[in-house]
Write a protein that binds this ligand. Structure first.
Ligand SMILES: Nc1ncnc2c1ncn2[C@@H]1O[C@H](COP(=O)(O)OP(=O)(O)OP(=O)(O)O)[C@@H](O)[C@H]1O
Length: 339
């Protein structure tokens, strides 16, 4: 093998991460806000940073989008080092923050054209892009109206459209649906999904809404007091929480009896002919239950898997006592757990 071949990057099957960070720390005065954050976010995925007010979500976005410096740690965004190539990072990202970039006195179209000017797009390309984005976000009809007349949902859409003028590969959305009514929130979710599906962009999303993370994210990290206390897919997170079960309905009482004898720890309901079997909801666990039923010729009519919702996950991980359970405060300072 020649030296050139040896030093060439390996024919990677896993794409380079869109965002990679290690040991990010940040304090304001003596207040420690981020206490060593590690991130590894694959390209073309949605990553949700989930946490309550003041957990450090915006601070993380501000660091990764080069708005503020971390006190310690390293990060690469779109393959560029955050400090050594801050301009390169900026050229690859778009940020929609909690405070809108929309100018109320300008029309929707003027806001987009202003953004195109700021990005030094040529006039014709700027106009083309503005028109396309207005159409995509269903704002064409109000293109000539000043933003001051817009509802919260329309303003949020315009804000995101402005972020997209520069065609970023990585988009930071800091609490994109806070304050929106349920319908506008769903519209925003559809837009976010389409961005990933159609454009292959990577989304870094912060949210306080468990449902939002569950709906949108490929992976979720839970941030609490400046530390990532858990990370995984929505299902992985849910599986970590006690309370998951499989519910099996049987063809008749004799089958329920037989199954209850086999699955000793299950809870039975004679009226509905069901058996509730504790389960983490994983495929191997499900397979084991089905194999047992088949081997013993017990006839099951239907089967449903019940995993706890993300609310349970969050409450458990952040140390709030669950009904009937002791305090989980020991989780608060535990290191990040990969699930
Ligand atoms: N410029 C600043 N100066 C001093 N303290 C700050 C500054 N910016 C943020 N903080 C503090 O850092 C902590 C984390 O703030 P941050 O905005 O990152 O949290 P968050 O998770 O985004 O919360 P929220 O949902 O309320 O925006 C808070 O206690 C906040 O008061």
């Amino acid at each position: 093998m020649t030296a050139t071949q040896a030093s060439a990057p390996p024919a990677a099957h896993t794409p380079a991460p869109a965002i990679r960070a290690g040991g990010l720390r940040k304090s304001y005065g003596d207040k420690l806000v981020l206490d060593g954050i590690d991130l590894d976010i694959a390209e073309g995925t949605v990553f949700a940073l989930l946490g309550p007010n003041g957990a450090g979500k915006t601070t993380t976005v501000e660091i990764l989008s080069t708005l503020i410096d971390a006190d310690a740690g390293d990060a690469w965004v779109a393959g560029r080092h955050l400090k050594r190539d801050a301009d390169g990072v900026r050229s690859a990202i778009g940020v929609t923050g909690q405070f809108s970039a929309v100018d109320n006195l300008l029309t929707a179209e003027e806001n987009l054209l202003l953004m195109a000017d700021l990005l030094h797009l040529d006039r014709r390309e700027g106009k083309r892009r503005a028109k396309e984005l207005l159409r995509r976000f269903e704002l064409s009809e109000v293109a000539g109206k000043t933003a001051v007349t817009f509802s919260g949902g329309m303003r949020r859409k315009l804000d995101l459209a402005m972020t997209l003028v520069g065609d970023p590969r990585i988009i930071f959305l800091d609490e994109p649906t806070t304050g929106l009514d349920p319908r506008s929130r769903r519209t925003m979710w559809e837009i976010i999904r389409a961005l990933v599906a159609d454009d292959g962009v990577t989304i870094f999303l912060t949210t306080q809404y468990l449902e939002e993370a569950d709906q949108l994210a490929d992976r979720i990290a839970v941030l609490d007091h400046g530390r990532l206390i858990a990370e995984g897919t929505p299902d992985e997170l849910k599986r970590r929480i006690p309370g998951g079960h499989i519910r099996v309905r049987f063809a008749g009482p004799e089958h329920l009896d037989a199954a209850a004898g086999i699955f000793g720890i299950a809870t039975r309901d004679d009226e509905s002919l069901t058996l509730q079997i504790p389960s983490d909801g994983s495929i191997p666990n499900l397979r084991a239950v089905l194999d047992t039923l088949e081997a013993t010729a017990v006839q099951a009519e239907s089967l449903t898997v019940h995993t706890p919702d993300l609310d349970n996950v969050f409450l458990t991980l952040t140390g709030q006592p669950r009904p009937g359970a002791g305090s989980a405060n020991n989780h608060l300072n535990s290191p990040k757990e990969n699930v």
